[in-house]
Write a protein that binds this ligand. Structure first.
Ligand code: PLP
Length: 503
């Protein structure tokens, strides 16, 4: 059927992007793919080049995008240029533009050209890397890449594949935390969790600032909300209090419960607080509890030696993860997850049906990454990471992190210098948390809404000690100082108008 001009749905292709006849409805021929592919790359390059002309966030009401689509699927194939045209007509207007230089919301989810191209190759290869045997390169490139990343971040030796541990790419930090929770339950139960499940009153610990994915993991793992302990934080640093952790562990043990895992955070979602991993690790060692360190956003900063202090004590962790898809120029999805003991991980998760059995897996000589994650199947995500690391090199990655940290520090200086504002926490990374000093939540919330309504920027908010707080997170790859300066000018001017209206 490939290239068959008589295939159903064949159209004249008049006006195709590449100006060529298309045989929609059949498989794309190699030449059609080449033309369409070039057009797609051109489209993405144009999109990136013109990002600033779009409002960062769409303003159309819910349902607008859905209404622009036909109610029924196409009966006949369509020429490729029509699909591409509809990207502009239907999709772009309904996007929040995460790569926009004025995107300062949540945490960044930056991507880059090498990452996109690596992903494209992965899509083209279409391999399934569930077992070493199902695509050796998919497994081996990933193992080496995770060792490279471990070197770049200077992670403890025990996380490396040459030692007892190793790394794997998960789709998200949430999945990494879930996997860590499952292995922790395996350990806490002395192995019986695999057969008996989680009826024995297991408990999970994180701080009140820990990410929601920890509670979700506890639910999925069968621990339930009742088994989650949210440990108090220091009121100034918002980092977990080791003394409070110890008290919670003692109370649970006294009540006959079984502490399974502590999740410490390096760079909490609200304010980028850094839990004292060293002290928490010492407590976990004393109580025999698994320590997982969630550095989803901030872990990337450790490519810079001056920011590695955040990893002090990591050699006590049983597992660690960070998201290159947040701040290391690698498109979603790419979470890097390491364990110190890969044998324990595999023991917890492996199930070997006959249809997957093969001689090399049986010898134990190869890594089968299906045993390191929840799903069976997996794609070749290491390729995009490989392209990114090789294109930028360690120096390029450090420059990316440092520029975002410098922009955020500059912005924090402006906040500090303006009496009307206050910095809520001193973030060491590229997030600034701030609000109007002495103003109620409604006024700060109105400020955020008015600033975002301008369309040139997007900021989001959190609550710190119950109070509405604005967050400006720098990290989009095209953000320059002029964009941060424009954001500050907009915020300061909007505040002037808002405070004048109040009088
Ligand atoms: N952990 C922390 C500290 C986060 O900030 C986030 C997301 O912002 C997550 C976990 C969840 O990340 P993912 O979307 O990769 O699951």
């Amino acid at each position: 059927m490939a290239g068959d001009a008589s295939a159903p749905g064949t159209t004249s292709g008049a006006g195709t992007t590449a100006g060529a006849h298309t045989t929609a409805g059949g498989h794309m021929s190699a030449d059609e793919f080449r033309r369409a592919g070039h057009a797609v790359i051109d489209w993405i390059a144009d999109y990136w080049q013109t990002l600033e002309k779009h409002p960062v966030r769409p303003s159309d009401p819910p349902g607008t995008v859905a209404q622009a689509l036909p109610v029924t699927p196409p009966e006949h194939g369509e020429p490729f240029d029509r699909i591409l045209t509809d990207l502009d007509r239907v999709v772009v207007g309904g996007l929040t533009h995460w790569q926009h230089p004025g995107f300062f919301g949540y945490f960044p989810a930056n991507t880059s050209a090498p990452s996109v191209l690596g992903d494209l190759v992965s899509a083209g290869l279409g391999v399934q890397g569930m077992l070493w045997a199902t695509s050796p390169a998919c497994t081996e490139v990933e193992t080496v890449l995770l060792d490279w990343l471990a070197q770049l971040l200077d992670l403890p030796q025990r996380f490396r594949s040459g030692s007892t541990g190793g790394g794997v790419i998960q789709d998200s930090a949430s999945s990494a935390t879930l996997v860590a929770t499952l292995v922790a339950l395996h350990r806490a139960s002395g192995g019986s969790w695999r057969t008996a499940g989680t009826t024995a009153g297991y408990t999970v610990y994180t701080s009140t600032e820990g990410h929601s994915s920890i509670e979700k993991a506890a639910r999925i793992a069968g621990v339930g909300d009742q088994g989650v302990r949210l440990i108090d934080v220091d009121p100034v640093t918002l980092a977990m209090r080791p003394d409070a952790l110890r008290r919670a562990l003692d109370a649970d043990l006294a009540a006959g419960r079984r502490p399974a895992i502590v999740v410490a955070t390096v760079g909490t979602t609200s304010t980028t607080a850094v839990d004292p991993v060293e002290q928490i690790g010492a407590i976990c060692a004393e109580y025999g509890v698994w320590l997982h360190v969630d550095a989803a956003y901030a872990g990337a900063a450790a490519v810079c030696p001056e920011l590695r202090w955040t990893h002090a004590g990591l050699d006590r962790a049983d597992s660690y993860c960070f998201d290159p898809h947040k701040w290391l120029l690698t498109g979603f999805d790419c979470d890097a997850f390491w364990v110190a003991d890969r044998a324990e991980l595999v023991e917890a998760l492996t199930v070997m049906p006959e249809y997957l059995r093969n001689a090399l897996s049986d010898t134990g000589m190869v890594i089968d990454y299906r045993d390191w994650q929840v799903p069976l199947g997996r794609r070749f995500r290491a390729l995009k990471l490989w392209f990114v690391l090789r294109w930028y090199g360690a120096q390029g990655l450090r420059a990316h992190i440092r520029s975002a940290v410098a922009h955020a520090a500059w912005f924090a200086d402006q906040v500090r210098a303006d009496d009307r504002f206050e910095l809520v926490t001193p973030g060491p990374f590229s997030l600034v948390c701030f609000r109007l000093r002495g103003q109620p939540d409604e006024v700060n919330s109105a400020l955020l809404a008015a600033v975002n309504a301008n369309g040139s920027v997007l900021l989001t908010h959190t609550r710190v000690a119950g109070r509405f707080t604005l967050r400006l997170a720098v990290g989009a790859p095209r953000t320059e100082r002029r964009h941060v300066a424009a954001a500050w000018e907009l915020i300061a001017d909007t505040a002037t108008g808002l405070l004048a209206d109040q009088r």
